[in-house]
Each structure stands twice: as structure tokens, then as C-alpha cells.
Ligand binder design. Structure first.
Ligand code: ZN
Length: 322
């Protein structure tokens, strides 16, 4: 593990991840998903054009120099928001800090309340600027709670700044070999991502395997939360956090941007984080599907070579990490 300080004087730690052969990962995921879903097919495919619907990504693929970033963390939000971290982060800076300027970034984070006007969920989906290519394609969206009626509002996010925390997958945005995962009819009690993550943990133990990707939920509503405005009273327990968050049962299809890691090598990581968006105006933080017997998941995933821990909070806790 190495440490450095970026131009923003933000501490950055870099850890090497275990990258199993794709054939092996395919078998591990097939096995663990089959215990939890009645129909499962994991295969190795050429990444399709992920700019097309329903994926709607800002680059055609998720391959090339694949890496993860865990930025900030829940301790910046809970028990009370750290206003120094709004706004604080920038996707172009994150790409450089992860030694991949111009990276294509997807994942789950917190939007800038300075830009949006209120605390919100962020679905990062952006091709950042590099030295040679200053253009970037930003298809990031955010979800907020309507002040009028408490409903969820999903909108385009035309900014590169963000706040507080994010779990990100970075790549060159190229096509390449990826894992295609198709699973339907859930028979286990855990959500789709947790099943894959814990399957990797079971197989690889303390060798950290990090994964990023995109998947679509079809044929079932999903339980999703959206953060409302910052709490003025301290959120001291998971129950306090759950009471503060707004939960919704959202209609399919939902496109989900997901990052997960099988083992935390001592970096105080959030081990899984998935945010979703749609064409029907809803999105947020994915928890689980509602109609287990009907749900159908399809996704594309790739293993990451490195984990970058950026601006790790000095004081930590385990509240609010679901
Ligand atoms: Zn989230």
C-alpha cells in the first residue's frame, strides 16, 4: 500500500487488489448466485455498447485500467454533516488522484447541495477531462426529495463537483471482455449485489476482489432511498438514519451503477454501494427488489486492479452503511 498527497492536499492511499481470471470469476459468481436465484447464467462476453438504453452510460464500455475509489465516507454525513465537505470533490481531480486522467467514472455518491440546492443522491456517469482531451460526456443524474409533496425527483446533473462520499469505478471506458450476469427469481434473502459480494468473500477470503459494473432490474419494483435535506439533530444510530431517509418502492426498469469489494484491507471501506436511475423520473440508493419471484437482473461487471482510498475520514463508525 502506498500513500500520497494530491494537489488538493487530500490524502490518497492506493492498494493492490486481487484480480482473478475472468473464467474463474464467472464460475464463482455462477455458483453463489445459483444458491440465491432459481435461474442464473454468468458468461464471458464482449462488452456491448453501454451508451445504448437501458444502460445509458457516458462511455461505450467499462474496460481498460479498471480501478475503484472510495472517497470520503458516511462519517462526513453522520451523525451531523461536515459542511467543509460540501462541495469538496471533483470528478476530474478524482481521475487524476486515481492515476487515470480522463477516466470514465460510474458509481454511487452524494451530490453537491451547493449545486442542487439540497442534499441529494448522485449517480456518477461521466467521462472526465484529460490533458489531451478536455471534452467530457456527463450523463450523471441526481435524485432529491420534492419539498412540495415528498416524492422523488430525478434530474440531469451538469456539474463535476460532488460532496461527502462516493464509491466509484474508473476505467478507460473501452469495450473489452466483461462478465455478463443474468439472474432471475430470487430465492435467497439477500439482495443481488450482496449475494455476489459475499460469494467472492467466501471464495477469496482476505484477498480483496473489487468489482464495478452496471445492471438493470426488470419485472420487480425495488426499495430505494433518497436522502432528504441534512438532519439538524444528530443521527446516532442506524434507526435514526432510517427514520431520516425517505424510502420508495420504485417501478422497473431501473439502471443501477454498482461498486463492491469482497474484503476491506484496512481502509475503512464501504464494501458495496449501488445507485439507480431510470427514464421514468425515479432513482436513488438501491436496497433490494420487492417481487422476489418475478425479478430479473441483467448486468455487466469487471474486476478492478486497484483501490484508491481518497480523503479517508479521521474519525469513523459503522452507522448508516447499508
Ligand atoms: Zn447511496
Amino acid at each position: 500500500m502506498t500513500s500520497s498527497t494530491s494537489k488538493q492536499t487530500v490524502p490518497v492511499q492506493k492498494a493492490l487488489l486481487h484480480v482473478p481470471p475472468l473464467e474463474e470469476l464467472k464460475d464463482v459468481l455462477q455458483k453463489t448466485l445459483s444458491v440465491n436465484f432459481s435461474s442464473v447464467d454468468v458468461s464471458l462476453v464482449d462488452c456491448p455498447d453501454l451508451t445504448a438504453k437501458p444502460w445509458s452510460l457516458a462511455a461505450s464500455g467499462i474496460c481498460g485500467s479498471s480501478r475503484l475509489a472510495d472517497v470520503g465516507g458516511v462519517p462526513n454525513l453522520v451523525p451531523l454533516v461536515d459542511r467543509e465537505k460540501i462541495p469538496f470533490f471533483d470528478f476530474d481531480d478524482i481521475a487524476r488522484q486515481c492515476e487515470l486522467p480522463g477516466a470514465f467514472i460510474i458509481g454511487a455518491g452524494a451530490g453537491s447541495s451547493r449545486f442542487v440546492g439540497v442534499n441529494c443522491e448522485l449517480m456518477p456517469n461521466v467521462k472526465t477531462a484529460s490533458v489531451t482531451d478536455t471534452g467530457h460526456n456527463n450523463r450523471t443524474k441526481y435524485a432529491k426529495v420534492s419539498e412540495e409533496d415528498g416524492s422523488c425527483i430525478l434530474k440531469e446533473y451538469n456539474s463535476k463537483e460532488f460532496s461527502l462520499l462516493a464509491n466509484l469505478h474508473l476505467s478507460e471506458g473501452r469495450p473489452g471482455k466483461v462478465l455478463k450476469v443474468d439472474a432471475s427469481c430470487r430465492t435467497g434473502s439477500d439482495n443481488f449485489v450482496k449475494v455476489m459480494r459475499e460469494g467472492l468473500t467466501h471464495h477469496y477470503g482476505t484477498k480483496p476482489v473489487g468489482i464495478g459494473g452496471v445492471f438493470v432490474i426488470q419485472n420487480s419494483k425495488a426499495r430505494v432511498h433518497v436522502m432528504p435535506k441534512f438532519s439538524e439533530k444528530p443521527l446516532d444510530t442506524d434507526d435514526d438514519v432510517a427514520q431520516w431517509l425517505r424510502f420508495y418502492d420504485m417501478d422497473p426498469p431501473l439502471t443501477c451503477l454498482s461498486v463492491f469489494i469482497s474484503h476491506d484491507p484496512g481502509l475503512d471501506l464501504r464494501v458495496e454501494h449501488t445507485h439507480c436511475f431510470s427514464d421514468h423520473g425515479k432513482g436513488g440508493h438501491y436496497h433490494y427488489d420487492i417481487f422476489d419471484s418475478q425479478v430479473h437482473y441483467t448486468g455487466y461487471f469487471t474486476p478492478a486492479e486497484f483501490m484508491f482510498r481518497i480523503d479517508q475520514p479521521a474519525v469513523t463508525h459503522t452507522i448508516g452503511r447499508d
